[in-house]
Write a protein that binds this ligand. Structure first.
Ligand SMILES: *Cc1c(COP(=O)(O)O)cnc(C)c1O
Length: 373
């Protein structure tokens, strides 16, 4: 047993770092791949659904995978400050990794549209939090303009090192399953993560596909990676913020899933290519479907993800129902962030606590009442 020190050390030979790169890590990655036990039974479907719970990263979302790389490379290049636009989780990760590195961080967030947990993280880690009277897309544009002159490194997913870090989730999945799944579903906002996962899968199959069995490890990828195929990539968006399924940018995106409230995805072209190459598709789910599945997952499997994250599973359940995803398939759904990020939305859709006198009989009464339901 060796001490796990984060994904850069773990996948060092497959990431753009050298022996002298100063690695900034909080032990990110190595997240659990949890097989759903109760939901498929409940639905009467013969499928294997596994969720990659990225909410268990150090700051509670997959953004840590990209941030460890982006901040490591920024520090290596001598940068003293980072900047990002964020729907929340990127700012939380940027703030934490900047603290770890001892550099400054500036985060632009849409006013009033970021979940409470995420805001508290950026503030607590000492980031300079700048609320703008605009949405994520406005913030992204401003960050790009400012970085042209100010001494700050952008750590949004336009930073190519972000995707390099995020691709490692696919490596972990292949290692755990012994191969790639048939389908991999993700919630899509800026579309960096779906692009990163595809990079990870693509780097994991033998490039000499036809002679794979006989290449005797001569293929550079063959030695360490076991994937024989790549999955169909499924990207799901919230209906009020669904440029991919509507085939047009959305100027005023709106959804309860604030992490994917993005109408002008930066990685549009790359993500579109992922869909084409993988034989997958994009689709959308309504806010009420997303919240229903968030709750279903919490109450039938014990897994609490944030609303945006539930979009991957909501989409998969919809497409299983429609028969677009065949029974017998192995499906991985990325749960991008932890439910504690957005306590307001969780509380709003849950049963209120009951208040009673502090007596034995009043507690017993409630137990019996509830068990009788
Ligand atoms: C950032 C984020 C997304 C969207 O990822 P993209 O790479 O922007 O497509 C989805 N869910 C959560 C929780 C996020 O923080």
């Amino acid at each position: 047993m060796t001490h796990y020190t984060g994904l850069i050390e773990r996948y060092r030979n497959r990431l753009p770092v050298g022996p002298d790169t100063p690695i900034i890590s909080l032990g990110e990655g190595n997240t659990p791949l949890i097989e759903l036990r109760n939901l498929p039974k409940k639905l009467g479907k013969d499928v294997r659904i596994l969720v990659k719970f990225e909410g268990l990263n150090p700051t509670g979302s997959f953004k840590d995978r990209g941030m460890t790389m982006a901040v490591t490379k920024a520090v290596e290049a001598g940068s003293k400050a980072i900047i990002c636009a964020s729907t929340g989780n990127t700012s939380a990760a940027a703030a934490a990794y900047a603290s770890r590195a001892g550099i400054a961080s500036f985060v632009l967030i849409p006013e009033g549209k970021i979940a409470l947990g995420k805001l508290s993280q950026a503030m607590m880690h000492g980031s300079v939090v700048i609320q703008i009277n605009g949405n994520f897309d406005d913030g992204m544009r401003l960050v790009r303009e400012v970085a042209e002159s100010a001494p700050v490194t952008i750590v949004n997913s336009v930073n190519p090192f972000r995707l390099q870090g995020q691709k490692t989730a696919s490596f972990e999945i292949i290692e755990e399953l012994g191969d790639a799944p048939d389908y991999h579903a993700l919630p899509v906002g800026n579309a960096g993560n779906i692009t990163a996962h595809w990079i990870g899968y693509s780097e994991s199959v033998c490039q000499n596909t036809r002679s794979c069995v006989h290449c005797e490890g001569k293929c550079p990828y063959h030695k360490e990676i076991a994937a024989t195929k790549r999955p169909k990539m499924l990207g799901y968006q919230a209906a009020g913020s669904a440029p991919f399924s509507r085939l047009a940018f959305v100027d005023d995106p709106e959804t309860v899933a604030t992490a994917i409230r993005i109408g002008h995805p930066v990685s549009w072209k790359q993500a579109w290519q992922v869909k084409e190459e993988s034989g997958g598709w994009f689709d959308e789910c309504t806010d009420s479907e997303i919240l229903k599945v968030q709750k279903l997952l919490a109450q039938s499997e014990g897994i609490f993800c944030e609303p945006a994250s539930a979009t991957s599973l909501a989409g998969v359940l919809m497409d299983l129902e429609r028969g677009k995803i065949e029974e017998g398939s192995t499906i991985v759904c990325t749960l991008t962030g932890h439910g504690l990020k957005d306590p307001d939305t969780a509380i709003a859709q849950s049963t209120r606590p009951v208040t009673v006198d502090a007596t034995r009989s009043s507690i017993e009464k409630i137990i019996l009442e509830n068990l009788a339901k």
